[in-house]
Design a protein around this ligand. Structure first.
Ligand SMILES: *Cc1c(COP(=O)(O)O)cnc(C)c1O
Length: 424
């Protein structure tokens, strides 16, 4: 019998195009041409008699998430480092992070000279397990940086209770969850600070970008200084032509500002976020049903989630199927069927080749520190187990219609039915 699977030159399930991401919101070209003509391309340029797009986005986004303050920044990475420093995290402090996340969860912690401590995940939500967080607390712990991974909201009620009881700062990394709602409030507002990324792949994007949100005015002021070389916005706008930022010298910073171009794009993108989140959620619900029938276990969100958002759709392979086949081979087979990239989950951070502080001389600051940031001391069996069985798709796959979900399910069904072709 000739091979059936597309990866072995069989006929693919689908050859039709998939939706592209990102896509510009309606008013984007107009907003960008306003910036071009404005003679102000950065918040650190002179005031021109009108509010900067950066201020406007900060206001709109704070209102959207329901936080008192928003400080935009150059990236999600910058936002995480700003939030940690503004929460008092510094040299030698420990920050508890999920064992399964984008590398920035760990690299930003060493980026502020602190020590990442990896906690294992919950097998259903794929987010950090509160019991593992509690077990990882030591006298050196200063903060917990939780990630709402892929399409789930972490168990915020339990994490908040643990953080409060131990006097730790809870920082929500919402780079993958813009707009998700938990117990009536958007994510980003459940801890001391929330951080966002607006990098290319995210559900709200300007190519690169980020933001920190908080209800704490003093913390927001520290973030402002840290991201603008020790300068901040004044209480009242200056006269036109004068510098708007004031040099207070309260706190030394580094330039991590968001440009006016990025801010203008984000003002427009934000207007379409809810509508696109709803479309992705509708399609994901259809896909959940189809994949569950095949025995797969789609990623769950924590109880208390009112509305989840889909940055990435993820599911576990059916128990007992494709056992012993490398997950990368399974996802390559699915990719070949669909003409859309299907990939395994992240590698757990302690074994992720992207996390290697020894490759940077700046972290060679003493034997004790180097030993503490050596990730090989962490065992994370739940992360490891998931990473061998999970397949994931970027949210662009959810931007089309229901027929697309049937194609994805058909690809999974076909790979399961022809698994013998993958056994090497
Ligand atoms: C994307 C991402 C970041 C980093 O954001 P950048 O804008 O790429 O710097 C941090 N944390 C998580 C969970 C992310 O997905």
């Amino acid at each position: 019998m000739p091979a059936q699977l597309a990866i072995n030159q069989g006929t693919p399930v689908r050859t039709r195009e998939w939706p592209l991401w990102p896509r510009p919101a309606k008013g984007t070209a107009e907003a960008l041409s306003q910036v071009l003509a404005s003679a102000r391309w950065s918040l650190s340029g002179p005031y021109r008699g009108v509010e900067s797009f950066e201020r406007r986005f900060a206001r709109d986004f704070a209102h959207y998430v329901g936080a008192a303050h928003c400080v935009p920044a150059a990236s999600g990475t910058a936002s995480l480092m700003l939030a940690m420093e503004a929460c008092g995290v510094g040299a030698g402090d420990e920050v508890i992070v999920p064992g399964l996340s984008w590398v920035a969860s760990a690299s930003t912690v060493v980026g502020v000279n602190a020590v990442p401590v990896f906690a294992d995940i919950d097998p259903d939500t794929w987010c950090v397990d509160p019991a593992a967080v509690e077990a990882a607390i030591t006298p050196a712990t200063r903060a917990v940086a939780v990630v709402h991974l892929y399409s789930a909201v972490a168990d915020l009620a339990a994490l908040r209770e643990i953080a409060d009881r131990h006097g730790l700062a809870l920082i929500e990394d919402c780079a993958q969850a813009h707009g998700a709602v938990y117990r009536g409030r958007r994510v980003g507002t459940h801890g001391r600070a929330g951080t966002f990324s607006m990098q290319h792949s995210k559900v709200l994007t300007s190519g690169e970008g980020g933001a920190v949100v908080t209800d704490d005015a003093e913390l927001a002021r520290r973030v402002e200084h840290l991201r603008a070389d020790g300068r901040c916005y004044p209480a009242a706008a200056p006269s036109a032509g004068a510098m708007e930022l004031v040099e207070t010298g309260e706190l030394m910073g580094n330039n991590r500002c968001l440009s006016e171009f990025h801010a203008a794009v984000l003002v427009e993108q934000l207007k379409e976020l809810d509508e696109l989140n709803a479309r992705r959620a509708r399609n994901a619900a259809v896909l959940d049903g189809l994949l569950t029938e095949l025995g797969c276990r789609p990623q769950q969100t924590s109880p208390g989630t009112d509305s989840r958002t889909y940055y990435v759709y993820g599911a576990r392979l059916p128990e007992g199927e494709l056992v012993g086949v490398d997950i990368a081979r399974v996802t390559a087979a699915l990719t070949a069927e669909l003409g859309f990239s299907v990939v395994p989950s992240y590698r757990p951070l302690p074994v992720n080749k992207l996390y290697d502080p020894t490759s940077r001389r700046r972290y060679a600051i003493g034997e004790d520190y180097e030993k503490r940031i050596d990730a090989s001391r962490f065992q994370l069996p739940v992360c490891e187990g998931l990473a061998q069985r999970a397949f994931t798709l970027h949210h662009a796959a959810l931007l089309g219609d229901e027929a697309d979900m049937h194609d994805i399910a058909a690809a999974v069904r076909k790979v399961l039915a022809n698994s013998a072709e993958l056994a090497a």
